[in-house]
Design a binder for this molecule. Sequence first.
Ligand code: CUA
Length: 194
Amino acid sequence: MSAPPTATDTNGGHGAGDVAVAAEKRWAIVVTLIIVVLIAMMVLAGLHWAAMPPSRVETIDVRTAHMQGEFVESNLGTAVDADGSVTVRLIAQQYSFEPQCIVVPAGVPVRFRGTSTDAVHGFVVGTTNANTMLIPGFVATFTTTFDKTGELLMPCHEYCGTGHEAMWARVQVLPPNEFLARARAEERLNCVSR
Ligand code: CUA
């Protein structure tokens, strides 16, 4: 008749204890390898970008962005240029977008141009592919077409501080005719207050 195993038998000197130590060592090696691979990727990516910088980087002076140039307040919002192209200009700052509500036409390519004046922000418009980061000192730009009319939410999607969750704007996608009628009447479009 043998005695039931005691706590010392299972957790102590050998048996399960050795297995646990061996498993921990294996995982320590795996974790170390992952960290080594990540650091190697960072170093290689850094060297790659340093050797071949992106061809189109647009910079802007954050200290004067509010006062002069493309991103002064009176130039923010949606503009229809002489050639008919539609451009939205916006600024992100802790913790709001300017303008707070953006008007765009449906079915027409819309170019976004934006920057940040403080922290790194970003935005995504509803479930569309309109999605970018806004980095202080750089101008982000992309072109997208909104398929459907309606109102979309545009939240900040880069953690930018304690007010991050409350940082969002709205995008109203109007039928092209309605949009053009408004564009003829106003130079810079923002939302209709409804
Ligand atoms: Cu701005 Cu998060």
